[in-house]
Design a protein around this ligand. Structure first.
Ligand code: IFM
Length: 465
């Protein structure tokens, strides 16, 4: 594709998440979340980094709004910290926490930027984890109450409500491989978490419909493009199994009102799924205005014979295969490079493939790219500039992939770049930088990288050359 011109109503945005940027972990009544506990547990994060201060956005939000406006963003995707607005996860709401998000939303609207609020980007109040976390149904009910509180407070001022960010990570990395908070390694709990996250999505979605009928409703999934090592029936079956766990465990109930039969069969030895009650699947299938899609890299699998040494290279840290409950017969293979600083392969064609698959399978479902971007080791030149050419190249190729999918009929309405600012990259702490704006963590000074200038030009012209 030589040049692609995005239409004037294509939404250009950027995204962040509360625990990754806010800091102020113990201010104004905020309670502890599972990520506070996890990051403060020795050995859990690189260099022992925590989100205590992060990019100090809680205090610097006005300055950050200035960057958002200067970039020319149409929309800004942020997340609301549950423990900041309802410490402990139940009981009283915290006025100071709600006021923070209220000011942020008003500040965005004053600057002509659409607020896109994610209700849950991984920071479960610790008290709810102590009571069982996402492995128990009660957490979904507490989430419904939390959703009602924030929608009542912010309502239609929020343009788009996104219930969850990447429930795959919360369930499998949090409860199966343990590389994310709460760090549990219990496969049956991970599948229960899948269901309770889905249920919470449906319950909260219905709250949005009732309390903020003018707002758009969405959820963000990190959908996987899983490629087979060969066309053998065994390798294709490995793809099917991982697709069921990674993609259809969420897409099935959310968009079709049912869990896929093969997922239930594949995981029968781990759980009988008795936590799914009558009516749950139809609750989950609340109609969505847009489906949020996050994409970074692709996955390569083949059947594993259970005997030969097993490759374990899906890029999700520690023992990747342990994240994939009931995938004993599957091996994750290293991908050809190039790679980002996360060790993830760069594969824009897979992005197009994913969007075209969604076009085929859910032709009436509008899509929004809610995250895409890359971490690289940025160098600051002596003159202060940050020439992050590899990030620009990554963005160029992936936005090109979106253009190609649109040209092929995928109904992609917008693109949110991950991330506005360098931030706390979970288990990798501050070592991995995804921002188009550099944060000096000693001084909290923000500096635009070349990619930020590049993105501003793209937004202004809508032309991808
Ligand atoms: O930083 C994360 C974000 O919180 C969720 N999606 C992937 C990003 C990069 O790892």
């Amino acid at each position: 594709m030589t040049e692609y011109v995005f239409p004037g109503d294509f939404v250009w945005g950027s995204a962040t998440a509360a625990y990754q940027i806010e800091g102020a972990a113990r201010e104004d009544g905020r309670g502890p979340s599972i990520w506070d506990t996890y990051s403060h547990t020795p050995g859990r994060t690189l260099n022992g980094d925590t989100g205590d201060v992060a990019a100090d956005h809680y205090h610097r939000w006005r300055e950050d709004l200035g960057h958002i406006a200067d970039l020319g963003l149409d929309a800004y995707r942020f997340s609301i910290s549950w423990p900041r607005v309802r410490p402990g996860g139940s009981g009283q709401f915290n006025r100071a926490g709600l006021d923070f998000y209220s000011r942020l939303v008003d500040g965005l609207l004053e600057r002509g930027v659409r607020p896109v609020a994610t209700m849950y980007h991984w920071d479960l109040p610790q008290e709810l984890e102590d009571a069982g976390g996402w492995a128990v149904r009660d957490t979904a009910l507490r989430f419904q109450e939390y959703a009602a509180g924030i929608v009542e407070a912010l309502g239609d001022r929020v343009h788009t409500w996104t219930t969850f960010n990447e429930p795959w990570c919360s369930a499998y990395l949090g409860y199966a491989s343990g590389v994310h908070a709460p760090g549990r390694t219990e496969p049956a709990a991970a599948l229960a978490a899948v269901h309770h996250l889905n249920l919470a999505h449906g319950l909260a979605g219905r709250v949005v419909r009732e309390l903020a009928p003018a707002a758009q409703l969405s959820v963000t999934l990190n959908l996987h493009v899983i490629r087979p090592a060969s066309d053998s029936a065994a390798d294709l079956d490995a793809v099917r199994r991982i697709d069921a766990l990674a993609n259809r465990a969420f897409l099935g109930p959310m968009l079709q009102g049912a869990y896929p039969a093969d997922l239930l069969a594949d995981t029968a030895e781990v759980t009988d799924w008795s936590f799914v009650r009558d009516g749950d699947e139809s609750t989950i299938a609340v109609p969505l205005d847009v489906l949020g899609v996050n994409y970074y890299s692709s996955t390569l699998v083949r059947a594993w014979d259970g005997v030969s040494p097993r490759s374990d290279a899906d890029g999700h840290g520690k023992s990747a295969a342990s994240a994939w409950v009931a995938a004993d017969g599957v091996e994750f293979l290293p991908q050809p490079g190039p790679y980002t600083a996360m060790g993830w392969n760069i594969d824009p064609d897979a992005f197009t493939e994913l969007l075209l698959r969604l076009r085929d399978e859910y032709p009436d479902q509008p899509l929004m790219i809610t995250e895409n971007g890359a971490a690289f080791d940025d160098a600051v030149s002596p003159d202060g500039t940050i020439r992050d050419d590899r990030r620009i190249d990554y963005l160029h190729r992936h936005i090109g992939a979106v253009a190609q999918a649109r040209a092929g009929g995928a109904d992609v309405r917008g693109y949110f770049l991950w991330s506005l600012l360098d931030n706390f990259e979970w288990g990798y702490g501050y070592d991995r930088r995804f921002g188009i704006i550099r944060v000096d963590y000693d001084t909290q000074v923000r500096t635009w990288k070349q990619s930020a200038h590049w993105y501003r030009r793209l937004i202004a012209t809508g032309r991808l050359g």
